[in-house]
Design a binder for this molecule. Structure first.
Ligand SMILES: C[S@@+](CC[C@H](N)C(=O)[O-])C[C@H]1O[C@@H](n2cnc3c(N)ncnc32)[C@H](O)[C@@H]1O
Length: 220
């Protein structure tokens, strides 16, 4: 599915989020910079927009299981003259040694994991003790504009996504997968259960998306 939409993926991100996705990625980049990592791994890197937003001083690698996405990420890194080592890998079984990475980021990826708990444990496995996991994921908007935004997510992506990408499945899957996915406190509880400490959840743009952050316990 991701291979079929790769060529239109960036355009649809901008259109469907009304340009908000750039701000969400910048927020993630600031959180990464605050952790002062020597090595960051961006899992489900897609076309590389998240990884390429990170500070050029620290080393970042990107991984994804979709080769058309990785090809676009590689081209973008070359165009921007940025070093971004990329490798193919399934997030549920990363080809990375344990305790290796200072920060792991996943933007709009964990919602697609076939087994969420297994995937989260795998992300934590490659983190060094005390390392930071940052997840950016869609959530259900709340507050005054909640009903309006929930209506947007239900109606606009399937229509516009189908029109621009030519794929009827990919963007119909979006609202359904968002509504079924654990979010807010439920996600915080899950992240603590799989071994993170000091877990926080910060909703952005009225809760359309949420940034989750936690540290791998130094005790195990
Ligand atoms: C919605 S895109 C997000 C891409 C990028 N992180 C961004 O924010 O633009 C989801 C990406 O996750 C990848 N993906 C989904 N499940 C995966 C898995 N189990 N292992 C590796 N990549 C996965 C897809 O191939 C796709 O590129």
């Amino acid at each position: 599915m991701f291979g079929r939409i790769a060529h239109r993926y960036d355009l649809l991100n901008r259109v469907l989020s009304l340009g908000q996705d750039r701000g969400w990625r910048r927020l993630l980049a600031r959180r990464v910079a605050a952790a002062q990592p020597q090595l960051t791994l961006d899992v489900c890197t897609g076309t590389g927009d998240v990884a390429l937003a990170f500070d050029r001083e620290s080393r970042t690698m990107g991984t994804d299981f979709c080769l058309p996405m990785l090809t676009l990420a590689r081209r973008k890194a070359l165009d921007q003259n940025q070093a971004l080592p990329l490798f193919a890998g399934d997030a549920l079984m990363l080809p990375v040694d344990e305790d290796r990475v200072d920060v792991v980021t996943v933007a709009f990826g964990v919602r697609n994991f076939e087994n969420l708990e297994q995937g989260l444990r795998e992300l934590i496995r490659v983190l060094r003790p005390g390392g930071v996991l940052l997840i950016l994921e869609f959530s259900k908007p709340s507050g005054l504009f909640g009903p309006l935004m929930r209506g947007w997510v239900r109606i606009v992506p399937p229509l516009v996504g189908r029109w621009i990408s030519g794929d009827s499945e990919a963007y119909s899957y979006l609202p359904q997968s968002v509504s079924e996915f654990p979010q807010g406190q439920r996600m915080v509880d899950l992240l603590e259960m799989v071994g993170l400490e000091r877990v926080s959840a910060q909703p952005v743009t009225g809760g359309v998306a949420t940034v989750y952050e936690g540290r791998r316990s130094v005790h195990g």
